[in-house]
Design a protein around this ligand. Structure first.
Ligand code: PLP
Length: 456
């Protein structure tokens, strides 16, 4: 039997899934007990599960389905490319048309002199590329000891040994021997949680200056690069205070360390520009990309690299690459996705309309008694659940319980919203309509009401 074309009922699917499928970021015991939610199809911003329930996908999958679900053009691009050339590699002086076309398109879209692309299969792989690339860059320049990469606590840069080490999630570091050597972490610019009595502006400066302190502590001649997400996504959609990025940029310029902007979430329109670096006025040497590059329709990521770094890397044979670097089908799908984002004015519409509409609706949630603050940037947002907004208090008991309860009420009411501790976060498809944003906020309010009653 072809199980995909003609699947068994939900309970049977869940039992088979629990018996044979190991899931990412999932507790196996809970999976066995409750069963996974089985998603069977999707269109626009709506997901449907195996029992026929619909959900408004407030997370665009995992922050990736920027053009929304169900675009036949991408299926056709994949099918055309699979018939023409399903696979060939880009190793050993070989190339193919989809990789050439996509690299050129990305060079056109990326700001300034970010003109060169190294392809990978995912954001994690791309960040692993970045670790090796920046270290190779400094070694080629005769400074092999300049190999420390500074990142931030509570950052997320992927799950592989390298990218998981760049990330600053302590619960990830507790498993599997992370971080690898010569990666260190400074504190995050998370004012709500860690800002104490400082104003957001003072706090932003204080946190940015930790980078300078770390460089001085390690010695300038040891530091290769600083990596950060323009807006921390998986950390809870943490938007840094306005003083933070200008100070980080000043420090990177002063000490001539490479700046890597991890645009895996922020890229391709999420913040209202093609790249979060443009929205926040950051000038990276390398940008990590994935997710919205293909709107999640095909697995593809990469590093967009500036002229200077590419020139040095091109002086040697960079002994690095993945079987699927520049996979032809994934490149063809990504190109079609970029065409749609551009020609249908999806990124422009975020900037000229949808971001402001969402911000306006979302900030209304701050009036809910369970909510401390409600913030957005472009098409991503967060609310903080708190028993007392004025003191930015956390709930007694385990952090995340209130978030979990609220998330479950969201599911029960047809909304997918994620929680990070007691922050609820959204990142819907960029094509979401005004009426759908109204529905999203209405359902979020209802879930908050139910959670509030339960928490009393
Ligand atoms: N970087 C950031 C900022 C991310 O949010 C993610 C995934 O969520 C990654 C890297 C890793 O990407 P992937 O899951 O494609 O390996």
């Amino acid at each position: 039997m072809n199980m995909i074309a003609n699947h068994p009922p939900t309970a049977e699917l869940q039992a088979l899934d629990a018996a044979h499928h190991l899931h990412p970021f999932t507790h196996g015991g809970e999976l066995k007990q409750k069963g996974a939610r089985v998603i069977t199809r999707a269109k626009g911003v709506t997901l449907t599960d195996s029992d026929g329930n619909d959900y408004l996908d407030g997370m665009a999958g995992l922050w990736c389905v920027n053009i929304g679900y169900g675009r036949d053009e991408l299926a056709e691009a994949a099918s055309r490319q699979m018939r023409e050339l399903p696979y060939y590699n880009t190793f050993f002086q070989t190339t193919h048309v989809p990789a050439i076309a996509l690299a050129n398109k990305l060079a056109e879209l990326a700001p300034r002199d970010l003109n060169h692309v190294f392809f990978a299969g995912s954001g994690s792989e791309a960040n692993d590329t970045n670790i090796r690339m920046v270290r190779t860059y400094w070694a080629e320049k005769g400074k092999p000891e300049k190999n420390v990469i500074i990142s931030r606590k509570n950052a997320y840069h992927g799950s592989s040994m390298g990218s998981g080490s760049l990330g600053g999630m302590s619960f990830m570091h507790e498993q599997g021997g992370l971080p690898i050597p010569d990666i260190c972490h400074i504190d995050q610019p998370h004012w709500w949680k860690e800002g104490g009595d400082m104003s957001p502006e003072e706090f932003g400066l204080e946190r940015a200056r930790q980078l300078e302190q770390k460089i001085e502590e390690l010695g300038e001649d040891r530091v290769a690069a600083f990596i950060a997400e323009p807006v921390q996504g998986a950390g809870g959609v943490v938007i840094a205070p306005s003083t933070y990025w200008p100070e980080i940029q000043r420090i990177c310029d002063k000490y001539e360390i490479l700046l890597i902007a991890d645009e895996v979430i922020c890229g391709f329109g999420r913040t209202g520009s093609w790249f979060g670096s443009e929205t926040l006025n950051i000038r990276p040497h390398i940008m990590t990309i994935a997710k919205g590059l293909s709107s999640g329709y095909a697995p593809i990521g990469g590093s967009i690299v500036c002229d200077e770094v590419a020139e040095v890397i091109n002086n040697c044979e960079f002994a690095h690459g993945y079987t699927y670097s520049g996979h032809p089908m994934a490149c063809a799908v990504a190109l079609e996705n970029l065409r749609i984002l551009e020609e249908e004015g999806i990124v422009d519409r975020v900037a000229s309309h949808s971001a402001a509409y969402l911000a306006d609706k979302w900030k209304g949630l701050a009036d809910h008694p369970l909510v401390g603050e409600a913030t957005t940037i472009g098409m991503m947002g967060s609310i903080v659940l708190t028993p007392d907004a004025s003191s930015r208090a956390a709930f007694a008991g385990d952090e995340g319980d209130a978030g979990l309860i609220t998330r479950e009420h969201c599911f029960q009411n047809g909304l997918i919203m994620r929680h990070v501790g007691d922050r609820m976060i959204i990142s819907p498809p960029l094509i979401i309509t005004d009426a759908e944003m109204d529905t999203l906020v209405e359902r979020a309010w209802k879930a908050l009401d139910l959670a509030h009653k339960q928490l009393k």
